[in-house]
Design a binder for this molecule. Structure first.
Ligand SMILES: Cc1cc2nc3c(=O)[nH]c(=O)nc-3n(C[C@H](O)[C@H](O)[C@H](O)COP(=O)(O)O)c2cc1C
Length: 145
């Protein structure tokens, strides 16, 4: 069954461009092997990630991601069976939204803060934010500067 999962989390420490590139390289290579796709946004303070692919495969990897010391307070906003992939061409695009033309980092911070306070519509806001990157060129996937 194809599944889509969105979570937000708090970075344990600020991630440098080099840190993000390293994470992106490792994640892209593993996800490609596992036929998982998705996008990881970093706001300087929070992460927001969508992962798409086989339910079992995705959950096994997510258990590992959730225990990664580079972040904490992992909060799943959405976990749902899905027939389409939003990011079929990205094994894992990692975007530092502080350098992004599509979205303001404050928007991501707001969504993540609302998630902490368990507001209702935060899942829809997160999905909207992620969708802004749906058609971004694959060649720009490592926009962490
Ligand atoms: C915010 C965040 C997102 C991550 N996303 C992925 C991912 O999509 N795919 C992946 O393989 N690893 C991802 N990782 C890295 C994993 O947590 C883990 O370090 C990696 O799978 C290597 O695990 P291993 O050392 O047990 O092989 C992510 C880590 C963080 C902090």
């Amino acid at each position: 069954m194809n599944y889509a999962l969105i979570y937000v989390s708090k970075a344990s420490q600020p991630m440098s461009a080099e840190d993000l590139r390293e994470l992106s390289d490792q994640a892209s290579s593993t996800n490609a092997k596992l036929d998982l796709t998705g996008l990881l946004l970093y706001s300087g303070k929070y992460f927001m990630q969508i992962l798409e692919g086989d339910y079992e495969v995705l959950n096994t990897l997510f258990a590992k991601i959730a225990n990664d010391p580079r972040h904490h307070s992992v909060d799943v906003l959405m976990g749902t069976p899905s027939t389409v992939r939003l990011f079929p061409q990205w094994s894992m695009g990692v975007i530092d939204v502080r350098n992004s033309a599509q979205i303001d980092a404050e928007v991501i911070n707001d969504i993540c803060e609302q998630a902490e306070q368990q507001y209702e519509n935060v899942k829809d806001a997160a999905l909207e934010a992620l969708k802004l990157f749906t058609y971004t060129d694959v060649d720009n996937k490592n926009t962490a500067a």
